[in-house]
Write a protein that binds this ligand. Structure first.
Ligand SMILES: Nc1ncnc2c1ncn2[C@@H]1O[C@H](COP(=O)(O)OP(=O)(O)O)[C@@H](O)[C@H]1O
Ligand SMILES: Cc1ncc(COP(=O)(O)OP(=O)(O)O)c(N)n1
Length: 293
C-alpha cells in the first residue's frame, strides 16, 4: 500500500524550500505528496522579499478538503506564518485525529529573513508542539522555543533536547547544522528513554537551501512504515546525499537547492531507453554526479 503524506507549509517559487522541497522529498521517499498552503512567499536563492499569509479559514478549508477525501498517513508542518493559522492547523489536525505529525518550527530562513510573526511562537509551543510525534528545531529555533541564548556545543544540545521535549512533543530532533566549525554535522534525536546522535561529515557547499524542510519531510514520509529512529536515520542519509549532489544543479546565484532526485536522475537515461525500447541513452540530464557543467 502506498502512503499519503500531507505538507502544511509556505511556498518557494524557486523550488528549494517549503512545500516544493517537501513534495520532492516525500516523492523521493516513495510517498504520495499532498500540500495545503499557509503562505505564498516571494523568495529565491538569495533571500525572502515578502510573503502573504493566507486567510486562516482558507488554510483550514484546504486541510479539510484533504482529510475529508484522502487517508492521510503522515503530516509535515513547516512555515505557519502567524498565530491564527497555528490555531486553525491545531484545531483541524485534532478534529481529524491526524497522527505521525512532524513539526519543523520554521522561523527564519538561511538568508536571515523572518517567516513567522513573533506572536506565533507561543502558539506553536502551546498548540502544535504537543500534537507532534517529532519536532525538528534548528539551534536558533531551539533558543526561541526555550527562551534561551545558548552557547552551543554538543553538550548544550543534549541539555536543550531534554528541555525541548518537556514542551510536549513525543520526540525532538535537534538539528546541529548551525554548529559551524565542527567536521561533522550532528543532530540529536531525543525520545522516550533514548537519545541518539545522528552524525554525518559536514559538506562544504553554498547550495544548502531547504535542508531543514527536506529532512523533516523525509522523516514524515518514512514514519508510517518505520520507527522514529529508523525514519530519522534514513532521512538524514537521504538529506546528506541530496546535499552532496546539490552542486550538480545550476539554480540561482545564492544558496542553491538540494538535488532531491540525484539517484533517480542518474538512472534516468537507462530507464527511459528501456521504457521506449530504443536503446538510446541520449538525455539532457547529467548521467554522472558532478558532470553537468
Ligand atoms: N554543511 C552541512 N553538511 C552536512 N549536513 C548538514 C550541513 N548543513 C546542515 N546539515 C544537516 O542538514 C539538516 C538541517 O540542518 P540545519 O541547517 O540545522 O537546519 P535548518 O535548515 O532548519 O536551518 C541537519 O540534518 C543538519 O545536520
Ligand atoms: C516557505 C519556506 N519554508 C521554510 C523555509 C526555510 O527552509 P529551511 O529548510 O530552513 O532552509 P533555509 O531557507 O533556512 O535554507 C523557507 N525558506 N521557505
Amino acid at each position: 500500500m502506498t502512503m499519503n503524506i500531507l505538507s502544511i507549509a509556505g511556498t518557494d517559487p524557486t523550488g528549494g524550500a517549503g512545500i516544493h522541497a517537501d513534495i520532492k522529498a516525500f516523492s523521493a521517499m516513495g510517498g504520495y505528496a499532498m500540500a495545503a498552503i499557509t503562505a505564498v512567499v516571494a523568495q529565491n536563492t538569495r533571500g525572502v522579499r515578502s510573503f502573504v499569509a493566507l486567510d486562516p479559514s482558507f488554510v483550514g478549508d484546504q486541510i479539510d478538503a484533504v482529510f475529508d477525501d484522502v487517508r492521510v498517513d503522515a503530516v509535515k508542518i513547516g512555515m505557519v506564518a502567524n498565530a491564527r493559522i497555528v490555531e486553525t492547523i491545531a484545531q483541524r489536525l485534532y478534529a481529524h485525529r491526524a497522527g505521525n505529525i512532524v513539526l519543523d518550527p520554521v522561523m527564519v530562513a538561511k538568508s536571515g529573513d523572518h517567516l513567522l510573526e513573533p506572536d506565533a511562537v507561543a502558539a506553536i509551543s502551546e498548540l502544535l508542539v504537543p500534537l507532534a510525534t517529532v519536532t525538528t528545531p534548528n539551534l536558533p529555533e531551539a533558543d526561541v522555543l526555550l527562551g534561551t541564548d545558548a552557547k552551543w556545543s554538543l553538550d548544550a544540545m543534549r541539555t536543550s533536547a531534554v528541555e525541548l521535549r518537556q514542551l510536549g512533543s513525543e520526540w525532538i530532533l535537534l538539528k546541529g547544522g548551525h554548529l559551524h566549525g565542527s567536521a561533522q554535522s550532528v543532530d540529536l534525536l531525543h525520545g522516550p528513554q533514548t537519545t541518539i546522535e545522528l552524525s554525518a561529515p559536514r559538506i562544504r557547499t553554498r547550495s544548502d537551501h531547504g535542508t531543514g524542510c527536506t529532512l523533516s519531510a523525509a522523516i514524515a514520509a518514512l514514519l508510517p512504515t518505520c520507527s522514529v529512529e529508523d525514519s530519522a536515520r534514513m532521512a538524514k542519509a537521504y538529506l546528506h546525499g541530496a546535499l552532496a549532489a546539490s552542486e550538480d544543479l545550476d539554480v540561482g546565484h545564492g544558496h542553491g537547492p538540494l538535488h532531491h532526485f540525484h539517484q533517480l536522475w542518474r538512472e534516468l537515461p537507462r530507464s527511459l531507453a528501456e521504457l521506449s525500447g530504443t536503446g538510446e541513452t541520449t538525455t539532457t540530464q547529467s548521467a554522472e554526479h558532478g558532470n553537468s557543467r
